[in-house]
Design a protein around this ligand. Structure first.
Ligand code: DSN
Length: 419
C-alpha cells in the first residue's frame, strides 16, 4: 500500500543531526545485541512507534475530546475517543483517562483528586517493593502527604495483610495504594477493598507493572475492586512510554480535572494515539498468548536462577518478574548488575525485603520476561538465560564468552528483526 505518511524519516535525522542519529542507531543495536531483562521494559511494536513518531506531536489539545482550548483538534479528538473506548472495553472500566504523561503523573493525579496536603496515605514501603510515588520522603508524595508504610512478612515475603488492616485502623488513611514495582506475587485486591471500606478510604491500585497481564487475562483484574487504577502503558502492555487511569464513573470528573488542568497542561497527542494502538493490540488473542508466555517465562527464569544458587524472594513468581537474593553467590545486587551488564545482559539491582544494604547497592536483582517474550523466547531459552546470568555473576572473567552466547540467542530471536 502506498501510504501517504509523513512519518519517521530516518535519513532526515541522519543528515540534520548525525550525533543524535548515532545515539538512536546505537540504542537499536544495544536492544538487538543483548538481553533485556528489566521487568518494567518492553519492545513496542512498529505500529506503536509509527504513531509516536507522527505529526500528532505538533498539536496542542488542552482539555478533552469535544471540549478543547484550541481549534484544529477534530482529528486528535478521534484518536483520544478511540483510545478511551478501547481502554474501557478491554478493562471493563467505567471511565478512562489516557492523558497522564507517565505512571508518576497518573499517581500524582490520584493524589490530587482525593487528598489535601497532610492527608494520610497508606502504601507499600519502597524498600519492600513499593514505588517512589507511594510516599518516599524524596518524592512529593512523601513530602506533601503523611505516608504510612506497610510491607511484607519476614517469614513469607508476602504482603502482610494483617499489618495493612492494623495500620489502616490506627491511622485512618484518606487513601490506600495497592501495587508495587518489585513484588512478584498476586495482590489480594479484595483484601485491600475490605480494609478501605472498613476505614472509609479511597482504594487506588497502581497496576503499572502488571496491567498488561490483566489485559492478557492471565491474572485477576483490580478494576472491580478499586476506586481508581493507575498504570503505565509501556511495561507488559507494550505500548508507548506513558501513563493512564481507569476509575469508577463517580470519580471521573475528579480524575479528569486532576490530570488537566490541575497537574498537567497539553496532552501528548502522539502518545495518546500510540496508547490507542497498543490497547488495540492488547485486545487480541495473540496478546493473550503473549501474556500467558510472559508468566510462564518468568517462572522458568526464577527456577533457573534458583538452580544457579540464587534465592527466589517469596519462593516464586505469579507475574512477569522475579526478585532474587544474590548473597548466596557472594555478591551485592549492584555488583551482579555490573557483571551481567559486562556480558550484555541488562537487569537491575534491587533491594530485597529487610535488605541490610543501602538501596544503591542492594542484595538482590530483579528480572523480568516481557522483552525476551516479545522476541519469541520460551522456557528453553529462559533456562539458557538463567545459566548465562549465573555464569556472568560467578565468572566475571568469562563475560566475553557469555556475551557470545547471548549473541547466539538474540540472533535466533532478534529484537526488531531486520525483515
Ligand atoms: N521505574 C519503574 C520500574 O522499573 O519498576 C517503576 O517506575
Amino acid at each position: 500500500m502506498n501510504t501517504p505518511f509523513w512519518g519517521p524519516d530516518f535519513d532526515s535525522l541522519v543528515s540534520t543531526d548525525p550525533e543524535i542519529a548515532d545515539v538512536v542507531l546505537g540504542e537499536l543495536d544495544r536492544l538487538r545485541g543483548g538481553l533485556q531483562l528489566i521487568a518494567s521494559e518492553n519492545l513496542a511494536s512498529p505500529a506503536v512507534l509509527a504513531a509516536l513518531g507522527s505529526t500528532l506531536s505538533n498539536k496542542y489539545a488542552e482539555g478533552y475530546p469535544g471540549r478543547r482550548y484550541y481549534g484544529g483538534c477534530e482529528r486528535v479528538d478521534v484518536a483520544e475517543e478511540i483510545g478511551i473506548a478501547r481502554a474501557r472495553e478491554l478493562f471493563g472500566a467505567e471511565h478512562a483517562n489516557l492523558q497522564p504523561h507517565s505512571g508518576a503523573s497518573a499517581n500524582l493525579a490520584a493524589y490530587a483528586a482525593f487528598c489535601e496536603p497532610g492527608d494520610v496515605v497508606l502504601a507499600m514501603d519502597l524498600k519492600q517493593g513499593g514505588h517512589l510515588t507511594h510516599g518516599s520522603p524524596v518524592n512529593l508524595s512523601g513530602r506533601w502527604f503523611e505516608p504510612v508504610a506497610y510491607g511484607v512478612r519476614q517469614d513469607t515475603e508476602l504482603i502482610d495483610y494483617d499489618q495493612v488492616r492494623d495500620l489502616a485502623l490506627e491511622h485512618r488513611p484518606r487513601m490506600i495504594i495497592a501495587g508495587a514495582t518489585a513484588y512478584p506475587r498476586l495482590i489480594d485486591f479484595a483484601a485491600f477493598r475490605a480494609v478501605a471500606d472498613e476505614v472509609g478510604a479511597i482504594l487506588v491500585v497502581d497496576a503499572a507493572h502488571f496491567i498488561g497481564l490483566v489485559a492478557g487475562k492471565v491474572i485477576p483484574s483490580p478494576v472491580p475492586f478499586a476506586d481508581v487504577v493507575t498504570f503505565t502503558t509501556h511495561k507488559v502492555l507494550r505500548g508507548p512510554r506513558g501513563g493512564a487511569i481507569l476509575c469508577r464513573a463517580e470519580h471521573a470528573k475528579a480524575i479528569d480535572k486532576a490530570v488537566f488542568p490541575f497537574t498537567q497542561g497539553g496532552p501528548l497527542m502522539h502518545s495518546v494515539a500510540a496508547k490507542a494502538v497498543a490497547l488495540k493490540e492488547a485486545a487480541t488473542t495473540e496478546f493473550q498468548g503473549y501474556a500467558t508466555q510472559v508468566v510462564a517465562n518468568a517462572a522458568a527464569l526464577a527456577r533457573g536462577l534458583e538452580a544457579e544458587g540464587m534465592r527466589v524472594v517469596s519462593g516464586g513468581t505469579d507475574t512477569h518478574l522475579a526478585l532474587l537474593d544474590v548473597r548466596p553467590l557472594d555478591v551485592t545486587g549492584a555488583e551482579a548488575e555490573r557483571r551481567c551488564g559486562d556480558a550484555t545482559i541488562t537487569l537491575n539491582k534491587n533491594a530485597i525485603p529487610f535488605d541490610p544494604e543501602p538501596p544503591a547497592v542492594g542484595s538482590g536483582i530483579r528480572v523480568g520476561s516481557p522483552s525476551v517474550t516479545t522476541q519469541g523466547m520460551t522456557e528453553p531459552e529462559m533456562a539458557e538465560i538463567a545459566r548465562l546470568v549465573g555464569r556472568a555473576i560467578r565468572e566475571p572473567a568469562q563475560a566475553g564468552q557469555v556475551a557470545a552466547a547471548v549473541g547466539r540467542l538474540t540472533a535466533a530471536h532478534p529484537a526488531y528483526p531486520r525483515d
